[in-house]
Write a protein that binds this ligand. Structure first.
Ligand code: UDP
Ligand code: MG
Length: 187
């Protein structure tokens, strides 16, 4: 299998169908063999019903359901454990990350000497109060880690299979997966 796309979500009923359709069209036009693993992190809306519906219509769609909210890191971890693809993509469910970027990220990962590619939210529509602390946070994380990433918080990332299977993600650590990958010996 070429790709596993891992999508953690909490109460995202409004975007799941559209996200699914968008991913499927990208997968079909590039002839990928793939799976999408939705991890429902304790949603209280109709998210899980939608995931069940999608997976009954499309065998590439899989779901994991948490009965309460454990946080994005735990959701990613559950997805990583289940993933079977040669390349593993993580993305947010709220349509902030574009499936159109998957092809370029996968190509960069496989053609280059990289174990991990991280997306970068170029356009931000958030209020300034959110943008400035994020910039400061990214700058500090870069200073501490020595890894150059523009946006540690971007949900869109692309990993080689072995990297994902070697790292543990807990608590708020999803923000630092590049650091975890580094300490596991992938850099
Ligand atoms: N999410 C999750 N569990 C949580 C909080 C968020 O699985 O406890 C999901 C959320 O549905 C989305 C992704 O994690 O798919 C990123 O969350 P959010 O959009 O709130 O983060 P931001 O865009 O502010 O980084
Ligand atoms: Mg978001």
């Amino acid at each position: 299998m070429n790709l596993s796309i891992i999508i953690p979500l909490l109460n995202e009923e409004e975007s799941l169908q559209e996200l699914h359709n968008w991913i499927v069209s990208v997968m079909k036009s590039n002839n990928y063999s793939y799976e999408v693993i939705f991890i429902d992190d304790g949603s209280t809306d109709k998210s899980w019903d939608i995931i069940e519906q999608l997976s009954s219509e499309n065998p590439n769609i899989k779901g994991i359901r948490f009965l309460r909210n454990y946080g994005k890191s735990q959701a990613l971890h559950a997805g990583f454990a289940k993933a079977q693809g040669d390349v593993i993509i993580t993305m947010d469910a709220d349509l902030q990350d574009s499936p159109d970027e998957i092809l370029a990220m996968e190509k960069l990962l496989l053609d280059g000497e990289f174990d991990l590619i991280s997306g970068w939210k170029k356009e931000r529509h958030d209020p300034l109060s959110k943008t400035i602390p994020t910039k400061l946070y990214n700058w500090m994380t870069r200073r501490v880690s020595g890894i150059y990433l523009n946006d540690f918080n971007c949900g869109l990332k692309c990993y080689k299979h072995d990297v994902v299977k070697a790292i543990e993600v807990q608590g708020e650590m999803h923000r630092y997966i590049p650091l975890l990958a580094k300490s596991a010996g992938f850099d």
